[in-house]
Design a protein around this ligand. Sequence first.
Ligand code: FPP
Length: 258
Amino acid sequence: MNVLPKKRKRSLNSSLSSSSSIELDTTKLPAHVAIIMDGNGRWAKKRLLNRINGHEKGSETVRTVVRTCRQIGISYLTLYAFSTENWQRPKAEVEALMALLKKFLQSEQKEMVENNIRLRVIGQIHRLPANVRQALEQTMTATRELTGLNLILALSYGGRAEIVRMVQSVAEKIKRGIIEPDAVNEELICEHLYTLDIPDPDLLIRTSGEMRISNFLLWQIAYTELFVTTTLWPDFSKEEFLKILKDFTARVRRFGVV
Ligand code: FPP
């Protein structure tokens, strides 16, 4: 759904947390933040640790960022947790990532319910191990009616694969005579993506300094503001997140219009 973000009614400079000295204009915050969480491996290597230790520390950062989004009233947070390309990593690393994901879901479900957080998933869910799918289904069901933060995990997700899937389903409908080729427009395309009822990201953050999109939300980020930090994901803090959000609130978005 590529609509312009709606203005939300919130008082200016409302206090965020007692631990933060950063003042944010909460009326200008992004409705949807997407994050490419990169640098777990390098974080571990710098400490002569196993890459899996980096992912473990990275899960703690996930908790911090989710909590911060909830506290300041962000509506959507999409995390690139596992890409279609990540299946090519060593088996032990893939298994460890899946185990971490399951552990995260089990340990956070209660907090999600208590804090009005709805879990959603985008990506090729059918490729995930049965026990992870089960944990996801369970948490999604338990949080389905919740109306606060939407936490969207991109799992076995690839932007190109999402576009291929969309084209296949639109082509199938044309073949069956359900839609005319002339009816294909941007809105129809959006309705056939995983993100059909999710607004486009306003802000995309990438950690670890790489200047790449890495096949993430290719259609959806057409007018998204980008922010790349050299901080490795396990070191990414609430303080830095708030500074990036402050930077965002000062940006002028023109959406191609003067
Ligand atoms: C990229 O770092 C990170 C990933 C491929 C996985 C992200 C996973 C987590 C943060 C933990 C589990 C997720 C959740 C939602 C609980 P990298 O391994 O590519 O790092 P490198 O580029 O330094 O090697």
